[in-house]
Design a protein around this ligand. Structure first.
Ligand code: FMN
Length: 383
């Protein structure tokens, strides 16, 4: 199937599955434990109806959205994804460039397989930097100072990683970083020759922002222990707020009380996120906790939502329930896996086309005007 015949993000996912070795596909495609939370993310979006309205002039649809003082051409951007070059070699730079070209935000992950400086250059003014607070304060400070020097003005600190998620597929695949080329892994790679050849050219991916740490830590296990901190608390967030002069966004908020605490601490925004269902299986979908969060903090800070965005209309669903903007992780990743640069471009086009068509059917010429009045039958816990 050619990329032009990929009609949906799901089509891109299937195409990526055919091109990427299983261990690398599962690394991106999988979620925590039995993946219940990951499934519920997309199901909850699908269940939420919006009522079409007609006989409104929608010949000129405006999808622009302004976040943190910057106007973007679409109301969604790229969520931070670590180690994405394992999924498709060169994926980080492909997506940073795509975001610049389409004028949408690109979030560089602390755990990216390309340095934050290279990604800042490629995103060229459209980059945000996601921070994992390390258990070693000097490592955290090093990342912040580098992000500042590279010109990032928005820092997104991820709160939902007191520990790495337990992902059953990765355990079954015996996934370790850097990859161990066991006979099984070698067979998987040989079955996907294009991936294997491109990977040979790019080299084995690693956590590029931690090269100093990789050199001085006694073992890779020590590196992993250092990357995230189980001891990250509200007091640390307060210190971070004092330290970082730019926009500060907290990612991984699911409870309205936590959202209020972020607002009171002077954060500029939150990402209502369950990490794409990668941290726990038992949690709620983000679209279901959004109304309570929006009620508690709307107007006090920017609300961004991610986890489960697979259709352009999902961004409208989030907006109708109080989000200002959305991020997509896997949707873009599947695009790159399906066809490198052209595949990433196709993922953007699909989401944007679906968004424009949905706005037309809803009789709303401007994304900014989407609100609760478009909500249809009240389903499940959405009210
Ligand atoms: C393979 C993978 C790696 C991720 N790495 C990070 C990361 O380094 N930092 C982070 O804050 N979130 C990370 N996330 C979570 C994403 O930023 C985002 O919350 C999630 O992908 C949204 O769900 P979606 O994939 O359904 O769009 C990762 C997600 C995936 C799938």
């Amino acid at each position: 199937m050619g990329l032009e015949r990929a009609a949906s993000i799901d089509d891109l996912r299937l195409r990526a599955k055919r091109r990427v070795p299983r261990f690398a596909f599962d690394l991106v495609d999988g979620g925590a434990e039995n993946e219940r939370n990951m499934r519920r993310n997309t199901e909850a979006f699908e269940q939420m109806e919006l009522t079409p309205r007609y006989m409104v002039d929608v010949s000129d649809i405006d999808t622009r959205a302004t976040v943190f003082g910057q106007m973007f051409d679409a109301p969604f951007g790229m969520a931070p994804i670590g180690m994405l070059n394992a999924f498709w070699p060169g994926a980080d730079l492909t997506l940073a460039r795509l975001c610049k070209a389409q004028n949408i935000p690109y979030t560089a992950s602390s755990a990216s397989s390309t340095s934050l400086e290279q990604l800042a250059d490629a995103a060229d003014g459209n980059g945000w930097f996601q921070l994992y607070v390390s258990s070693d304060a000097t490592v955290t400070e090093g990342l912040i100072a580098r992000a500042e020097a590279a010109g990032y003005t928005t820092l997104m600190v991820t709160a939902d990683v007191p520990a790495a998620g337990k992902r059953d597929r990765d355990i079954r695949n015996q996934l370790v970083v850097p990859f161990r080329f066991t006979p099984d892994v070698i067979l998987q790679c040989m079955a996907k020759p294009r991936w294997a050849l491109t990977s040979l050219k790019h080299g084995t991916p690693n956590v590029a922002n931690y090269s100093d740490l990789l050199q001085r830590a006694p073992s890779y296990a020590d590196v992993q222990k250092t990357l995230i901190s189980p001891g990250f608390t509200w007091e640390d967030l307060e210190r971070l707020r004092e330290r970082w002069k730019g926009r500060l966004v907290v990612k991984g908020i699911l409870h309205s009380k936590d959202a209020v605490a972020c607002a009171e601490m002077g954060c500029d925004g939150i990402v209502v996120s369950n990490h794409g269902g990668r941290q726990v299986a038992f949690g709620p979908p983000t679209i279901e906790v959004l109304p309570a969060i929006a009620k508690a903090v709307a107007g006090r800070m920017t609300i961004i939502l991610d986890s489960g965005i697979r259709r352009g209309v999902d961004v409208l669903r989030a907006k109708a329930l109080g989000a200002d903007f959305a991020l997509a992780g896997r949707a873009f990743a599947y695009g790159v896996g399906a066809g490198s640069d052209a595949g990433a471009q196709r993922a953007f086009e699909i989401l944007q086309l679906e968004l424009v068509r949905a706005l037309g059917q809803l009789g709303i010429p401007s994304f900014e005007a989407v609100g609760p009045s478009q909500l249809s039958a009240v389903k499940g816990t959405i009210s």
